[in-house]
Write a protein that binds this ligand. Structure first.
Ligand code: FMN
Length: 160
């Protein structure tokens, strides 16, 4: 299968997750992992699977990620299997109770990405997933790379 993983990343955490997902899918598939600001539209045509990930910024995907999603043609993902992920703050690491509440109730980027991908014709095969960072700049919480790898592999199982 032809698979493209697209990510945005300010501090490198979402990039690490995207690369881990790419590595997990490499066997028997043709995989490209691309920075969202470098994506050319011909790179997402004729693909079987598209995975898009963004850091959560103000409860939403990053601006670059939103612009990329908007730029996909109306039915540009027709028949393509899609999945979305984000990185987000680990709630137990947030000391202030009120900020914890705001972050939790505000929601996260992955849900918005999944919705946008489906709107462009993508077939959602996995629930949107979030991977945890310990602070704004990271690092990723222990075990998250392994969880990302397993999440990606389960997508392949569901796409066969
Ligand atoms: C301006 C800004 C807004 C953020 N907003 C949220 C948020 O709403 N919810 C959340 O869980 N994390 C939030 N974070 C933490 C980011 O999710 C975290 O920086 C990101 O996962 C790191 O990924 P990256 O290294 O790929 O940029 C925010 C961080 C910044 C700098």
């Amino acid at each position: 299968m032809k698979i493209v993983v697209i990510y945005d990343s300010f501090f490198g955490n979402t990039k690490q997750i995207a690369q881990t997902i790419g590595n997990a899918l490499n066997e028997n598939n043709e995989v490209e992992v691309l920075d969202v600001s470098m994506v050319l539209h011909n790179q997402i045509s004729d693909i079987d699977i598209l995975i898009v990930g963004s850091p959560t910024r103000g409860f939403r995907p990053s601006e670059n990620s939103i612009n990329f999603l908007k730029s996909i043609a109306k039915t540009g993902l027709k028949g393509v299997k899609v999945a979305a992920f984000d990185t987000r703050l680990s709630l137990p690491k947030i000391k202030s109770k009120s900020i914890r509440f705001i972050v939790k109730t505000g929601g996260y980027a992955a849900k918005h990405i999944a919705k946008a991908l489906q709107k462009k014709g993508g077939i959602s095969v996995l629930l949107p997933e979030g991977f945890l960072v310990a602070g704004e700049e990271g690092p990723l919480v222990e075990g998250e790379l392994e969880r990302a790898s397993n999440w990606a592999k389960s997508m392949i199982e569901k796409s066969l």
